[in-house]
Design a protein around this ligand. Structure first.
Ligand code: SF4
Ligand SMILES: [Zn+2]
Length: 127
């Protein structure tokens, strides 16, 4: 297994990251269905965005302590993906309340209760 596979595995083994991954997937799918006329599968553009976002999530230096990305002090997304993420969250966020109420509730609670941690120290610092 490669390091990248190890990191992606965190999205299924870590409950916090798994829930974030589920929320991301639900939001992107909802957005794609409405904006791009898809049903079961996402369009290539949304699929590429989702893969990018899941990789960022898997590599998040905060790990299980991560805040919601909108409150993050690092902002690891490239500008284009950051803009698209904002559009998707704005559109899908309120609608997810009806399709995935528990995910929405947990995301909301997290956005109000988790204070964005300081940036994690560079692992190479002091070496
Ligand atoms: S934006 Fe911040 S919280 Fe979100 S994945 Fe990137 S580093 Fe983690
Ligand atoms: Zn799409």
């Amino acid at each position: 297994m490669t390091t990248s596979d190890d990191r992606l595995a965190r999205l299924t083994t870590d409950p916090v990251l798994r829930e974030e991954a589920d929320t991301l997937q639900a939001m992107v799918s909802l957005y794609c269905q409405h904006h791009h006329g898809t049903s079961d599968q996402r369009c290539p553009q949304c699929e590429a965005f989702l893969n990018y976002a899941l990789k960022r999530l898997a590599c998040c230096p905060y790990g299980a302590q991560k805040p919601v990305c909108a409150k993050c002090r690092i902002h690891c997304y490239r500008q284009a993906e950051k803009d698209l993420a904002r559009n998707i969250m704005r559109w899908s966020g309120p609608r997810l309340t009806f399709t995935h109420p528990m995910l929405t509730l947990k995301h909301l609670v997290k956005s109000f209760t988790v204070t964005p941690p300081q940036k994690p120290k560079n692992r190479n610092q002091g070496k």
